[in-house]
Design a protein. Sequence first.
Length: 681
Amino acid sequence: MKLAATLILAGAMGAWATQVAAQDVKPLAYDDVFALELAADPQVHQNGNSVVFVRRSMDRQTDRVVGRLWQVNTDGTQLRPLTQGGANESSPRWSPNYSRIAFISNASGSPQIHMRWQDTGHSAQISNLNHAPSNLSWSPDGEWLAFTMFEPKPRSAPVQLPGKPAGAEWAEAPVYIDSVQYRQDGAGFLPQGHSHVFVLPAEGGTPRQLTSGEFNVRSELSWAPDGSALYFSANMAKDPIASPVNSGIYRLDIDSQQLTKLTDRDGPDAQPKVSPSGRQIAFLGYDDRRLAHQANRLYVMDADGSNVRNLTEDLDRAVDDFAWTADGRGIYFSYDNEGQGYLALHSMRGVTETLTGGLGGLSYSRPYTGGQFSVASNGDVVFTQMAANRPAELALLRGSQVRPITQLNRDFLASHTIGEVEEFWYDSSVDDERIQGWIIYPPGFDENKTYPLILEIHGGPHTAYGPVFAMELQLMAAQGYVVLYTNPRGSTSYGEDFANLIHHNYPSHDFNDLMDGVDAVVERGFINEDELFVMGGSGGGVLTSWSIAHTNRFAAAMVVNPVINWYSFVLTADMYPYFSQYWFPGMPWDNLEHYMQHSPIHHVGKVETPVLLFTGDADYRTPMSETEQYYQALKLRGIETAMVRVPGASHALHARPSNLMAKPAYAVYWFERFRQQQDSE
């Protein structure tokens, strides 16, 4: 197996690497994934002069993405690590007086809460938990740390078999399952129990559990300014199948452990954050209309749950995150527009001002939107800044000026040529909708030559690509391919109407939007029309398998963790209560024709394109059985087909750096096969 992988990598480098070397171009190699670094989870000091963040990198020995705590002044000076050793660290949180930093580390072998004292630089583990903590939050007086953690609640099997002799080696006992959510992508089959709220003394000690019951608390935790209560969101619906998204906001009294529900509507309410005065609570949510895409709005209400107001009703974009100003007179928030992240400030007087774009850069594998920010008491904002030629770095927004803070990848960029990325717009042939796309040019691009083209389709489908560094796509461009990616109808960041053009109608005319994008690039004259290729993952895998059933223009295709049969998908995916009610007009047994008409398996008889399938064998979002159905159907039809099963990989294939290498390497291997076939013909 190792030998085969080596041959694939070597063959894929081939002639293109020789060609570009002669032009003094330094293209990416597959194992350059281990050179990537990015800044994440910034936590700015109240004075705005320094920031603690997680510096993420790829560990070649363990084949893992690892994070370490670093600190840097906001003028870019004094960049330094805060901790020692090779542990994976995350979630740094300043104490209220900024003298300590709580964080999560696996230095002891399991995720535990650690503390760093800023005056001495000393760090120590302060917890001894049986399960991983999340959502760290300091009490206002700095005496306590609140967090969420899984609390097991095992039950005895209802059947106990008799007759086992002492010392006998019987098979493992059957596992009895009766819960709705019994497995989850990335976690596998779930143990019995729920996630609840705990508090731990800041000096360490024994945690105290504050919530219990048949529900999960996985949200951020926000303290009342006097430390008397915590606020969080949870779905406590009695019927989790009928109400998969219907969460509410709760107040938890610390002393009495009494829960009070503050919101009560049909829809999710999430991420409560108490204002500095304690008189108001801001949160995200929407009124549930059972649409496939519904954008989070920013709300504020009085602390008792009354007087709820929608602050972003006119924005028509989803709010991703937010933070109160120090005086409580405004709220900073982030949103995506046309594939780019923005920071805005809403004054409680009713005025919203967009402050800057460029927020994002955390998705280093493919060019998805999404970023993080932190606000200082003086109004300075530190945020992760996107760019098409590098992963996320930190930047400072002071007033109206933006300036970079970190340059974690300057050594990497100095020794490599990154493919240039061009934005363009085109009209859909269906209804003149304006579609946004981007072209990645191979290093050393010569407009007088012709190149093969890869159309790479995003997943979701309700997500968005943008002008963001994408290692997978850049690696394919480094092999001499022009790479095209677009945001067809159904994508987010263009408003709810655009996203819901595929509501109960997916895939459909999003296929036309994609083909129109290919046509627009081909018309430029530097694409070899006999060397068109298509690939995509998840929702992109759906659209790839749909596309090759509706056109024969592609020489080969790579279908990554797809849905092939909506009927079987709804009955095997981990989020089946949601998918069955929000993506379809009803249950599959009542709507067989609808499910099948939109299933690629229904159209497999028209496929003539060679197909490579690539899926993690521990994927529970789009289970491996979907890939296997398509593979066997294509084999029965005599279509040239191969299947790659990625051991232990979930839906997030890029979680292991070696898998991040393997995906584009297999794509280039497969596409090169059919370039060579055509050249020989």
